[in-house]
Design a protein around this ligand. Structure first.
Ligand code: MOS
Length: 736
C-alpha cells in the first residue's frame, strides 16, 4: 500500500483550521515587546532630523531606534549582502540615506502593539529630498548590462539572425511590457527575535531557515552556530520570503539592545517596498518563420527595472533560449535603475513575464502565417535543448498540447478573430506553452524509529502552504513500511538537517530523496537488528526475505514468523533507532537539460461594448515528472493558474511619480482575483516519470502553473476582439 502519489489531504490541515498551527507571529512567548517599522516618505535623499522626544515619552515606549541611535554593525550592515539569494542589501539604520519610499528609517518598540503604533505616528522626521527616478519609461533609456542572468550569460547568440530573417516568409516584431507587481501572501513577513546570552533564536516567516541563519549571523558579525531559525508554518511565500530582509535584522538588533523578546510584523502597506517585488519589464521580440511555420530567427531583448542599491534581474529571455528549435537566435538582458526597493523572486521570476512576451509573439505569428497556434508550436518542437544540445531529462510537451487541446475542445475554435460569440459576448480561445526549470539541490534528512514503533523524520526545509509536510510524510511512511498516521514529519528549524531554500520549485525534488534515503537507512537498521537477534521470530533470515509493511516485519516464506517494530526495539534497551542521509544531484545534472513543460488553454468572454473580460475556463496540461500527491499537486498548479489570471487582467503596482509611494499599496486597491473572478480550472497531469532528476521521478511544480497563463489569456482576448494587448494587465480601457 503505497501512499505516494495518492490524493492525501494535508497532514497539517487540521492544525491550521483549528488554530493549533503557530505561525511566526503567534509563538506563545513571554515578555514580548512589539516593534513597528517607520517607513520613509520620500524616494531618495537623506534624513536630516528625527525628533523622537514626543514619541519616546509616550506610554509603554521602550525604544526608538533611528540611524542616530542604532548600534553600528560590521561593514555598515553590508556583511551579509554578498550572498544572494538569501543575502540582500539591507537598510539597517546605519546611515542617513534614503534609497526608496517605504524604506525603514526608524523602529519603535513598546510594550503593546498599539503603544508602538501610536508612538510611531508621533515621530517627526525631516528629509532632504533628492531627484528620484521613478519612471520606467525614462529609466530604460539608460540601460546597463548585468553581470549574468541567473547562472547564465546575460546575452547569448547562436546562428545568424540576419540571414534567418531575410529568408523568412513572415516576421513579427513587437514590444511587450509587464508592470511592477508586489507579492501579497496572506501572512505578511513576521519575525520574533529572542536572545539568550550570545545565542539568538528567530521565529521568522521564511522560505529558507538556513539562509536566514547565515545572513543574520554575517550581518551581525556572530557565528552561525549561535543563530537558530524556527519556522514551522509559512502563510504563503511566493519568493518574497526567499531572502532575508531588513526587518529580520532590525528585530534582532532591537531585542539585543532591550534584553527582551521583540516581535516585528509587517503591516500590509510595508509589503510594498522593503521586501521585494516583480520589476517592470520591456521585452522586444522579433520572430521570423518560413511559410510552413519553421522559425528562422528569434530575437528577445529584455530591459527590467532594478533598484539604486542592488542589481536584481528578471531573467525574462531565458525561456526563449530553450523553448523552441530555432537555429538563429539572439537574447539580451539589461537593467534600468529606479529609486524603489529592490526587486526579487516572484513566482516564476523570469518565466512568468518572459512567457507572456514569447507566447504572445508566437500567437501573433500564427495569425500572420495562418497556421494553428498548436501546429506552429509543434513545427518548432525542440527535441533537445537548442542552446546546448543536451537531451531533456524528460519532456511530454507534445502530450500536453494533445491532451489539453482535447479536454479544452480546441477543435471547436474557429481561427478568425471575432468569429465566435455566445449571446452578446465575444468568445475567444487562446493557448500558450508553460515551462519552468526542474531544479534540484543538495538536502539532508534524519529518521528515527521510536520505542512505540512510530517514526519521526526531519529535514530543515519549509512548507509554504504547498504540501511539503504531507508529501514528505507519504514518502517517509512508504519507505519505512509504516502507515501515514504513525509517521511524524518535522521541518522548519535550523537544528534539523540542512535543506535548501524553498524557492525555484525545488523542495520536493531536493528534499524527498533525502527523506526517502534516511527512512530506508533506519528501516535497514531495524531489520538487521531483528535478523541478528536470536529471540526474534525472524532470526537468521536474510533481509531480502523479510517484508516490512504496516509496522511489522514478516518472513515472506512463513507469515506466522512476524513481529512489530516496537518488539525489536524493546529487546534492545528500548532506545530509538536513528539514521540520517544526504542526497544531492549527480552527474545527470550536467548531462541533461531539466525542465517541466505544459500547455495552457483559456476561454474568455468579452463584452463588446464595455470591454469587460471574463475568463470562463482554463485547461492546463503538465508534464512534471511523477506527481507525489494528486490533491496538493493540483492545488499548487491551480494556485499558479489563478495568479496567472491576476497577472493577465489585474495586477499592477502604481508608483506615485513624485514620492515613489505605492499608491495602491493595500489589498483593497492592489487587485488580485477573488473566487468570483475565477471560472472553471481543469488540470491534467500527464504520465511522466523523470528518473534523471531523482529516484522519485518528481520534478517541481511550484511555479510552472503561472507560466503561459497571461499569454494564453491575452491570446484569447485577441481571438475574441481582434485587439492585441501587449501591455499587462489587459484591462478593459485597453480594449475600447
Ligand atoms: Mo520562488 S519565486 O523561487 O519562491
Amino acid at each position: 500500500m503505497n501512499s505516494t502519489g495518492q490524493a492525501i489531504g494535508r497532514i497539517d490541515g487540521h492544525a491550521k483550521v483549528t488554530g493549533a498551527a503557530r505561525y511566526s507571529a503567534e509563538q506563545p512567548l513571554p515578555r514580548l515587546a512589539h516593534a513597528v517599522l517607520v517607513p520613509s516618505t520620500i524616494a531618495s535623499g537623506r534624513v536630516v532630523t528625527v525628533d523622537s522626544a514626543a514619541a519616546s515619552a509616550m506610554p509603554g515606549v521602550l525604544l526608538v531606534m533611528t540611524h542616530l541611535s542604532a548600534p553600528r554593525l560590521p561593514a555598515g550592515g553590508m556583511a551579509g549582502a554578498a550572498s544572494p539569494p538569501a543575502g540582500r542589501v539591507l537598510n539597517l539604520l546605519q546611515d542617513d540615506r534614503v534609497h526608496y519610499n517605504n524604506q525603514p528609517v526608524a523602529l519603535v518598540v513598546a510594550d503593546t502593539l498599539e503603544h508602538a503604533q501610536a508612538a510611531a505616528q508621533n515621530l517627526r522626521i525631516a528629509y532632504k529630498k533628492e531627484t528620484a527616478q521613478l519612471d520606467f519609461e525614462r529609466a530604460k533609456k539608460n540601460p546597463y548590462k548585468p553581470e549574468k542572468a541567473k547562472n547564465e550569460a546575460a546575452d547569448t547568440r547562436r546562428g545568424d539572425i540576419e540571414s534567418g530573417r531575410r529568408n523568412a516568409a513572415a516576421v513579427v516584431e513587437a514590444v511587450y511590457t509587464t508592470p511592477m507587481e508586489h507579492h501579497n501572501p496572506m501572512e505578511p513577513h513576521a519575525t520574533v527575535a529572542a536572545w539568550d546570552g550570545d545565542r539568538l533564536t528567530l521565529y521568522d516567516s521564511t522560505q529558507y531557515v538556513s539562509g536566514v541563519r547565515n545572513t543574520v549571523a554575517k550581518t551581525l558579525g556572530i557565528s552561525p552556530e549561535n543563530v537558530r531559525v524556527v519556522c514551522p508554518y509559512v502563510g504563503g511565500g511566493f519568493g518574497c520570503k526567499g531572502s532575508t530582509w531588513s526587518h529580520v535584522v532590525l528585530a534582532a538588533m532591537a531585542a539585543r539592545q532591550l534584553g527582551q523578546l521583540v516581535k516585528l510584523v509587517l503591516e500590509r502597506p510595508h509589503m510594498f517596498g522593503p521586501v521585494g517585488h516583480r520589476p517592470n519589464t520591456e521585452q522586444r521580440i522579433m520572430l521570423a518563420a518560413s511559410r510552413d511555420g519553421k522559425f528562422t530567427a528569434m530575437r528577445h531583448d529584455v530591459i527590467a527595472s532594478t533598484s539604486r542599491m542592488e542589481d536584481w534581474l528578471e531573467t525574462a529571455a531565458l525561456t526563449s533560449r530553450m523553448l523552441y528549435a530555432c537555429p538563429n537566435q539572439q537574447t539580451s538582458h539589461r537593467l534600468a535603475r529606479l529609486d524603489t526597493g529592490t526587486p526579487t523572486f516572484m513566482r516564476a521570476p523570469g518565466e512568468a513575464s518572459g512567457t507572456f512576451a514569447l507566447e504572445s509573439a508566437v500567437d501573433e505569428l500564427s495569425y500572420a502565417l495562418q497556421i494553428d497556434p498548436i501546429q506552429l508550436r509543434l513545427q518548432n518542437y525542440a527535441e533537445q535543448d537548442p542552446e546546448n544540445g543536451k537531451p531533456w531529462s524528460s519532456k511530454s510537451l507534445r502530450e500536453c498540447y494533445r491532451s489539453g487541446a482535447e479536454r479544452f475542445g480546441w477543435s471547436r475554435r474557429t481561427p478568425q478573430p471575432r468569429s465566435m460569440r455566445k449571446g452578446d459576448m465575444l468568445v475567444g480561445m487562446g493557448m500558450a506553452t508553460a515551462t519552468y526549470p526542474a531544479n534540484r539541490s543538495a538536502a539532508s534528512a534524519s529518521a528515527a524509529i521510536l520505542p512505540d514503533g512510530s517514526a519521526i523524520v526531519r529535514s530543515g526545509s519549509q512548507d509554504l502552504g504547498t504540501g511539503t509536510y504531507t508529501i514528505m510524510t507519504q514518502i517517509a511512511a512508504d519507505a519505512l513500511g509504516l502507515p501515514l498516521e504513525r509517521v511524524k514529519f518535522e521541518l522548519g528549524d535550523t537544528d534539523m538537517p540542512r535543506a535548501p531554500v524553498s524557492g525555484g520549485s525545488q523542495s520536493a525534488a531536493s528534499v524527498a530523496p533525502a527523506v526517502k534515503a534516511a527512512a530506508l537507512a533506519v528501516r535497514r537498521k531495524l531489520v538487521e537488528l531483528a535478523l541478528a537477534d536470536g529471540e526474534s521470530p525472524l532470526s537468521g533470515l536474510q533481509a531480502e526475505n523479510v517484508t516490512v509493511e504496516n509496522g511489522w516485519l514478516t518472513a515472506q516464506a512463513d507469515p506466522r514468523r512476524r513481529e512489530p517494530f516496537a518488539a525489536v526495539i524493546a529487546r534492545h534497551g528500548g532506545t530509538a533507532l536513528e539514521a540520517s542521509a544526504d542526497a544531492k544531484p549527480g552527474e545527470e545534472k550536467q548531462q541533461y537539460a531539466h525542465h517541466s513543460f505544459g500547455a495552457v488553454f483559456a476561454e474568455v468572454h468579452v463584452d463588446p461594448e464595455l470591454g469587460v473580460i471574463r475568463v470562463e475556463r482554463i485547461v492546463g496540461s503538465y508534464g512534471i515528472g511523477r506527481l507525489l500527491n494528486q490533491k496538493t499537486g493540483h492545488s499548487q498548479l491551480m494556485g499558479g493558474i489563478v495568479w496567472g489570471v491576476g497577472m493577465a487582467l489585474m495586477e499592477k503596482t502604481e508608483i506615485d511619480a513624485r514620492y515613489g509611494h505605492a499608491v495602491n499599496g493595500n489589498l483593497a486597491e492592489y487587485h488580485v482575483p477573488v473566487n468570483a473572478d475565477i471560472g472553471s480550472i481543469d488540470i491534467i497531469v500527464v504520465d511522466e516519470d523523470d528518473q534523471h532528476i531523482n529516484s522519485l521521478g518528481a520534478k517541481g511544480i511550484g511555479e510552472i502553473g503561472i507560466t503561459g497563463v497571461a499569454a494564453a489569456i491575452a491570446n484569447a482576448v485577441y481571438h475574441a476582439t481582434g485587439k492585441r494587448v501587449r501591455d499587462l494587465p489587459v484591462t478593459l480601457d485597453k480594449l475600447l
